[in-house]
Design a protein around this ligand. Sequence first.
Ligand code: FAD
Length: 428
Amino acid sequence: MNKVQHQNLWSLTAGQPLELPQFSDNSTADLVIIGGGFTGCSAALEAAKNGMSVVLLEAETIGHGGSGRNVGLVNAGLWTPPDEVEKTLGAEAGEKLNVRLAAAPDLVFELIDAHQIDCDAVRNGTLHCAHSKAGVSDLQNRFAQQQNRKAPVRLLDAAETQKRTGSNALHGALFDPRAGTIQPLEYCVGLAKAAIENGAQLFERSPVIAYAQNDDQWVVSTKDAEVKAKYLLDATNAYKSTAQPAPSFTMVHYFQLATEPLSASEREKVLPGLEGCWDTALVMSSFRYDKDGRLLIGSIGSLDQFGGRIHENWARKKLAQLFPELKHKRLDYAWDGQIAMTKDHLPKIKQLGPNGFSVFGYSGRGIGPGTVFGTSIAKYICSGDQTELPIAPIAAYEESWTKTSAFYYESGAVLTHAAFSAQRKLGL
Ligand SMILES: Cc1cc2nc3c(=O)[nH]c(=O)nc-3n(C[C@H](O)[C@H](O)[C@H](O)COP(=O)(O)OP(=O)(O)OC[C@H]3O[C@@H](n4cnc5c(N)ncnc54)[C@H](O)[C@@H]3O)c2cc1C
C-alpha cells in the first residue's frame, strides 16, 4: 500500500499563488475586512466595485481557511432542509434566507463568468445520494419540500442513480441541476484578484491581533500597523485566530483523500456526468472528480486527532464499497479542514457594534452562502439598505458545551468509520 501524502490537493493544483504584500503601513479605508476566504473576498469585491476603499487583512494566504480546503460542491440552499429553516427563523425570515441561498449557485457561477475565474467550474448538478433505504425517505421528504418551492430538482431511483454514479451501493438520489463543482481555492483566489482589480487592497501574512471601535471608527491592528475604517467585517469564521474572542460554535472537521488519476475507461463508468455527490448518512460522505480525473472521497473527521488512521482506512474501504473496480487504486493525497457548526446549523451575522459585523456558522455549506453573505453585507454597507442582508444581524450569540459537542462529532465519526471498516473486513 502506498504512503498517502498529507497535502491539500487544491494547493498543489492551483495556479500561481497571489503573493500579496504584508500589511506594514498605517492606513485608512471605508471598510476593513479580516479574513480572506469566500466571505471576505466576495465582500471586498462587491464593496470595491461600488467605489468603497477596502483593506483586507489575511493572517496566512488567501483561501487558507475552509475556502481553500473544501469539497467544492456549489450547492443551492443549506444542508438544513428549507421547512426546518423556516421553522427555526419564522416563515418570513426563513423564506428570505431560503430564496437567497437557492440562488447562491447563480451568483457563484455569474461571478466566475464575469471575472473569468479559472477554477475548473463544472455546472452539471449535484447528486444527494441515499446511502440506505432510510436515506430514500429523507430524500423523498427533501424532494417534496423543494417541489413546494418549485426548485428544478429530480428524484432518481436506484437504477438511474447507479447509471449516473457507476455505484450499485446507492439506493437513489436527489439531482439538483442548479449546483456544480469548482476548484475552491482557485475560486477564492479569483475573487481576491477581482477585488484587487477593482481597487481593494489585500494583504497576506498579516494576522489581526486586536480591533476596537474609537470615535465612530474601527481600529484594526496587526503587529506592524493599524487600519482605521468606518466599517468592519470579521470574516474569520472557523479559522478565527486565538487573538480574538473564543468562537461560539462547534468546530467540526472534514477530511478528503484523492485517488491517483483514473483511466479514461474507468471515468466512463464512474460518475461519467461529473456531478458532485454527497450522501444521506448522519456521518456523511462525499465524492467528486478533480480536473485530472482523481476521485476525491471525504467525510467528517480530523486526520490530526486520535482517529486519523481510522478515517484514512475508512476512505479505502468506502471507495471499494462504492466502486469495487477501484479498490486497488492508489490514494495519493489527504487533507482536512475546520467547519463552524452552529447549534441550529444556520449562519449568523453578529453585530459587533455600530458598523461592525462578524459572519460565521455556514455549518458545512459555505461556497454559495459565503459568497451571498459577503456580497450582501458589502451591498448593505454601501447602500444602508438592510433588506440586502439574507438574515437580520443579532446583537449577541453564545453557545455552551461547544468543546463537548466537538468531541461528540469527532468520536461519532471515528466509531462510525471504524465500524464500517470492520464490517467490510468481515464481508458484511
Ligand atoms: C473540508 C471541508 C469541506 C467543505 N465542503 C464544502 C462544500 O463542498 N461546499 C460548500 O458549500 N461548503 C463546504 N465547506 C464549508 C466552506 O468551505 C466554508 O463554509 C467556507 O469556506 C467559509 O468561508 P469563510 O470565508 O467564511 O471562512 P474561511 O475560508 O475559513 O476564511 C477565514 C480566513 O480568516 C483568516 N483569519 C483567521 N484569523 C485571522 C486573523 N486574526 N487575522 C487575519 N485573518 C485571519 C484565516 O486564515 C482564513 O483564511 C467545507 C468546509 C471544509 C473545511
